[in-house]
Write a protein that binds this ligand. Structure first.
Ligand code: GLN
Length: 245
């Protein structure tokens, strides 16, 4: 099966090698006999309707976000529609912020987001940096990663967070939550990249993408020895970092 991936702004939003998440998805799909067909969707490129199974957008600093924000808003409609139809979406950090309604950046510019996730973000004075560990009760799993952001993301009442912060700052350093999920769209501050040390989320995204492509498949587990080790190292680093903001 070919899984079609739409990679938004690969030239602008790729801080901390966020693009590595795509490599993980490709390797894990290949191990199950599927192939990833990655389409770069850059400035002024149209969003294909109905044919992309999984969208991905990485992180970037305020400057890069400002460069793409306007173009992304022009893509809002087809992206929202795709998610409503069950397409998967992973958005990291700067990309995550732009999936919300707005981002008030460090210079006081308010960037419009696409309102796909029920949240907004406001930049604060201190950056929130370090290893993070999340408990994702809804999935019975944990996520380990690294955060580095000035933005404080505030979820709307009733919005589903990606996880509960065990160690680290999370969305805003105060709520005790990190990220947001809506249908098969997941937004998070976790870089690293995120998927090499959290393969369960990669598989969940692949299963959602396959379902969007019309294939209901429970992916066979992989050995994942290195992945488990990477997760454990990262989780231990987060725990030793101790308290929150
Ligand atoms: N510019 C955003 C912030 O600092 C996002 C940063 C990032 O993607 N690392 O909050």
């Amino acid at each position: 099966m070919k899984i079609r991936v739409g990679h938004l702004y690969p030239d602008y939003l790729n801080i901390y090698a966020d693009r590595g998440n795509i490599a993980v998805l490709a390797a894990r799909a290949r191990a199950r006999g599927h192939e990833l067909d990655v389409l770069a969707i850059g400035m002024r490129d149209p969003v294909p309707i109905g044919t992309v199974d999984l969208f991905y957008v990485g992180g970037g600093q305020d400057r890069e976000q400002e460069l793409v924000a306007h173009d992304l808003v022009a893509k809002a409609e087809p992206l929202r529609e795709a998610v409503e139809r069950g397409a998967a979406f992973l958005a990291v950090c700067g990309g995550y912020q732009l999936l919300g309604r707005s981002y008030l950046d460090g210079a006081g510019n308010e960037l419009s987001g696409i309102g796909l996730l029920p949240l907004h973000t406001v930049a604060g004075d201190r950056r929130m940096i370090g290893d993070v560990l999340l408990d994702c009760d809804w999935a019975g799993e944990t996520l380990a990663g690294f955060e580095n952001h000035a933005g404080r993301t505030i979820l709307d009442a009733g919005a589903e967070p990606l996880g509960r912060v065990v160690a680290g700052f999370g969305n805003d350093g105060a709520s005790g939550y990190e990220g947001c999920r809506y249908r098969q769209a997941y937004g998070t501050y976790l870089h690293g990249p995120l998927l090499p040390r959290n393969p369960w989320l990669a598989d969940r995204l692949l299963e959602a993408a396959l379902a969007h492509a019309g294939v209901e498949e429970r992916l066979e587990p992989l050995a994942d020895e290195l992945e488990r080790e990477a997760h454990a190292v990262s989780a231990a680093r987060a725990r030793s970092r101790g308290g929150r903001y």
